[in-house]
Design a protein around this ligand. Structure first.
Ligand SMILES: Cc1cc2nc3c(=O)[nH]c(=O)nc-3n(C[C@H](O)[C@H](O)[C@H](O)COP(=O)(O)OP(=O)(O)OC[C@H]3O[C@@H](n4cnc5c(N)ncnc54)[C@H](O)[C@@H]3O)c2cc1C
Ligand SMILES: O=C1O[C@H](CO)C(O)=C1O
Length: 520
């Protein structure tokens, strides 16, 4: 085992090497997730600016027996990016390498944030074909966890990726695509940072487009009755926010248009007034959770209209139209289930959350074996879709979506007003996860799921992913505690450079602090 140098000496010895390649590292960096739910104190926080610098970091980590973790912008809600070892951030490794406007094939360094990429694409008459709710993510991070938007005409964001260059733990860079190193490609498309460092990504962009969108609030009965006919096919992009207590839903739908742009109308309540009213009501609900059904009625009535049928519209560039304001620090537990199970899922969840009894309107048997007494939750539940069966691109081994048809994503959001955890979180997620599994679901990799027997959900695909991972990184330089808990399996022995969790403790307002160690 390599003798450990104190941080300052370690940094000095590394930065003073005379090979002409910079080692841009600092100590004392506090890493935390966007939601401040998890944090860690990496030994070194490293921000390389070139492939040579990245190769140097990997070679040093191997020599000095360190684990490497990667972070885009920490928007993954779980502790996936936490480490006590070396943390690499690629915010300064963020160039667009090439854009071919005729083929729409674009190559970027992996650290570029989507907002910057979208601006660059727009200058070339191009756009990302699909986006999730935000554009903060890094290119490397956005597909590493299987990020999706909401459209039956698209799969995961990664479906547009044509090739990936990845730096492996032995210091070599490998290219992979559908036609070259296909298994590595399928493992790298959802790698969870455990395979190596993605350095370059080549993908096909879409021609720039604008969207006319409209959103209408109405009863959930109306939304559910259109489920298998028009709901998801009415326009290019469709998403729904479901309000379980008021049994209403906002249906947001967007179609391409060449009309002039205009923003949606705003009222005095939009902006900071509405933001702080909801925040403080969520705070009050920590003490009196039973007000949450009223909060849902009031807040979303103010926002979307109390009257069923209220509609708002706008025409915006796609890179703006597809985004939404995600409000406050939050836990999110999102699952992919077959689309046709959607009405059953929402009816059973609604029955459980509203403690409905036979004879009540909307009653169905929920079968969820967890008590709903005293259970109060936040709104909305996000309801989105994807279809990964339309593309001929290789399927990521860890793709959670349905292999045989369209997929529904249900996202159960629980906010943390003023960074304080809500009551009922664990029980809500226990019941929600039980229902999702009962309906054949699999969790979104980035989110706050609790189940850990993922072998049962992925079978051979997870075995294959592990094989490819172990071949690419036999010593576990890119493996951390999250990976061990959820995807590495119990049967395998601890790898030489694998980081294991030593301690987790709640640190005021910075969520849970994760501390790990590497044997080396
Ligand atoms: C407000 C908010 C809204 C969101 N909206 C959506 C949504 O609409 N749809 C959806 O599906 N998800 C959504 N997410 C989840 C988010 O898209 C994913 O968590 C995404 O992975 C975050 O990207 P990031 O750049 O922050 O990556 P991080 O969270 O920093 O990292 C994610 C993973 O990528 C790895 N990684 C990062 N860079 C590299 C690299 N260069 N090479 C190899 N591995 C790398 C990391 O090690 C880690 O395992 C949302 C999250 C938040 C907080
Ligand atoms: O993780 C996510 O957070 C937002 C909801 O606030 C969203 O759309 C996700 O996905």
């Amino acid at each position: 085992m390599q003798e450990r140098l104190p941080n300052r000496e370690l940094i000095a010895s590394l930065t003073n090497s005379n090979d002409g390649v910079a080692f841009r590292a600092k100590t004392g960096h506090l890493h935390h997730t966007w939601a401040k739910t998890y944090s860690s104190l990496p030994e070194l926080y490293i921000q390389p600016e070139s492939v040579e610098e990245l190769v140097k970091v990997v070679n040093l980590a191997r020599k000095l027996r360190r684990r490497i973790a990667l972070v885009g912008c920490g928007h993954s809600p779980s502790e996936l990016t936490c480490t006590s070892s070396w943390l690499i951030n690629l915010d300064n490794f963020n160039k667009v390498i090439s854009v071919d406007s005729s083929t729409r094939i674009v190559t970027t360094q992996s650290g570029i944030r989507l907002y910057a990429l979208c601006e660059e694409l727009d200058k070339n008459g191009l756009a990302m074909a699909n986006l999730g709710s935000i554009n903060e993510q890094s290119m490397g991070g956005v597909f590493a966890t299987g990020t999706h938007g909401s459209s039956l005409l698209h799969g995961l964001i990664s479906e547009d990726i044509l090739a990936i260059k990845i730096l492996l733990s032995d210091g070599t860079v490998k290219t992979c695509s559908a036609s070259e190193n296909e298994d590595l490609f399928r493992a790298a498309l959802i790698s969870l940072g455990a395979l190596g460092i993605v350095v370059e990504v080549t993908f096909r962009a879409a021609p720039a487009f604008s969207l006319r969108w409209s959103q209408t609030v109405d009863t959930d009965t109306k939304m559910l009755s259109a489920w298998s006919s028009t709901l998801w096919k009415q326009t290019h992009f469709v998403r729904v926010w479901w309000f379980p207590y008021t049994r209403r839903a906002v249906v947001w739908s967007a179609e391409e248009t060449s009309e002039p742009h205009f923003d949606p109308p705003t009222s005095y309540y939009d902006g900071s007034l509405g933001y702080y009213v909801y925040l403080n009501l969520l705070y009050a609900a920590r003490y009196v959770p039973s007000i949450l059904p009223w909060v849902e009625w009031f807040v979303f009535g103010m926002q979307y209209g109390f009257k069923n049928g209220t509609t708002t519209a706008a025409v915006q560039p796609s890179r703006k139209a597809l985004l939404m304001n995600c409000l406050y620090s939050q836990y999110v537990n999102e699952w992919a289930i077959p689309l046709e199970k959607g009405p059953e899922a929402l009816m059973r969840l609604g029955s459980w959350l509203n403690r409905l009894r036979p004879g009540d309107k909307d009653y169905v048997e929920h079968k969820i074996p967890f008590s709903n007494e005293g259970l109060w939750v936040h709104s909305p539940v996000e309801v989105r879709v994807a279809d990964t069966t339309r593309t001929s691109s290789p399927r990521p081994f860890l793709d959670p979506t349905s292999k045989t048809g369209p997929t529904l994503y249900l996202n159960a959001i629980m906010y943390r007003p003023y960074l304080l955890d809500p009551p009922c979180l664990d029980r809500f997620y226990q019941g929600f996860e039980w229902l999702m599994r009962d309906l054949g679901g699999r969790p979104h990799w980035a989110k706050n799921f609790q189940v850990s027997d993922l072998d049962a959900l992925y079978g051979d695909d997870l075995t294959k992913w592990r094989e490819v991972r172990n071949e690419a990184d036999p010593e576990g330089m890119f493996v951390g505690p999250w990976h061990r808990k959820f995807i590495m399996g119990d049967s395998e022995a601890r790898l030489a450079l694998e980081e294991c969790e030593e301690e987790r403790r709640t640190v005021d307002k910075n969520g849970v602090r994760i501390e790990g160690s590497v044997i080396g």
